[in-house]
Design a protein around this ligand. Sequence first.
Ligand SMILES: [Zn+2]
Length: 257
Amino acid sequence: MEKEALSRRDFLKVSGLSMASFVLRPEVVERGSPGVISKLETDLPLYALTIDDCFEPDSLVGVLDLLKQCHLQATFFPVGRAAIICDSRHPEIFKRLAREGHTIGYHTMEHSEKGTVLQTTGGEWNEDYDEWIETFRRLLGRDIFSLAVKRYARAPYGEFTSNFLDMCQNKNLTPYFWSAGSSWLVNDWPLEQGDILLLHATEEILSLMREKIQYVSGDLRGTSITCFDDEAYCSYFYPSEGMLRRRKNFSGYIQGA
Ligand SMILES: [Zn+2]
């Protein structure tokens, strides 16, 4: 059957609806916008290693084993629901993560589809963050901020909307983008000092990491975002004499000398 043409009234109704969704759709912040950090300032040969999502429990274990073996630390941005799945398969895995010096930032409860992320209101983000925090209280114990959880946030897909950023301000969170992704590993592109490398805890990325992470890192050491502003989180990274000398400089740097 041939489609009926829209009446003028229907047309106005439909175009009104699409106009409304356009107006309601929050603006997405571009990479490098003020307030969203995509690269870190440092005089030291460091880059920040960040691992997102964590929907694959066995891959998360593999990533932790590899980081331990390579003396690397990272900041994880786990999705709340993924963390629950990992914990049910490997009980207390996030306690292990904390014990081994890694840190954790907020990456939402569900990692909803892009369209939903763009339509989420500030109030809904606030509630989502509270639920995510409660989830990690259950997984890590009550005092999570003295353990591994930091006031960092990363929007799903890096879609930092104005509503997401309002929530960050409300909850005193620093939003972190990234400056390098898994294509750095695939293409052997060297990292630069202060780069934020984004990877995911998946089987595919884990095998890439095993093969290439040291090569792509070059002379740089992979560390958590936290290491850039808290020396205590850096001590693990200076095994050689040369690096220990740099650590002394780092103390001065931290104290603003
Ligand atoms: Zn993600």
